[in-house]
Ligand binder design. Sequence first.
Ligand SMILES: *Cc1c(COP(=O)(O)O)cnc(C)c1O
Length: 232
Amino acid sequence: MATVSGNFAHVRQRIAAAAERCGRKTEDVRLVAVTKAVPPDRIREAYEVGQRDFGENRIQEAEAKQRELAHLKIEWHLIGHLQTNKTGKARDLFQWIHSLDSARLARKLNEAAGEAVNRLPVFIEVNLGGEATKFGVGEADVPALAEEIGRLSSLDLRGLMAIPPFSENPESSRPHFRRLRELSRQIESRRLPGVAMRELSMGMSHDFEVAIEEGSTIVRIGTAIFGPRARA
Ligand SMILES: *Cc1c(COP(=O)(O)O)cnc(C)c1O
């Protein structure tokens, strides 16, 4: 069986090769290792070979693992849907939020800042395919939400995040990634106060190379590092 460290090295190589192919720097692509359904000892394995950014999609699961891994210097990314009644917890547990999908959630998350001095990096999740089964805001609603987040003093809007409709063929994701980048540019060109769209959170195990070619700055990769997970 492939080891976490072997898989990790392989993914790193593929990220570097994809970046090189399109004239980008490897350092400009951040790898978030997605650890939903992955136990703490395997997270530790990835940490030991140098991984520092980890992504979880559920508050409770993240909280339990973080207790066990409290001594490690990990940056935790929330990549799953966040409920408005869990914003306080989310702020305690995560250094990045990739899944903002409403103005109400943004306001709650802003209020949950408490005494925090650092603005929390956040992304707007966009439902590109208009899929009923997915979270995220429709493309048409992204500019207004960006404007609103720009006014919230404890949030730092970094960019957009999306999960394209799944297909075995990674090329199917390309037009979606392109669309996300274009949407990000449009918002940036409006020069909204408090808004600097510097990042694109896009690309998973099956399509991260295409995402990098289309300008991704954060890839979120689970299966290619930790192997297949049991279906939730
Ligand atoms: C599970 C998940 C990933 C990682 O998916 P893999 O296909 O295992 O790489 C990335 N992003 C989000 C939002 C996820 O829920």
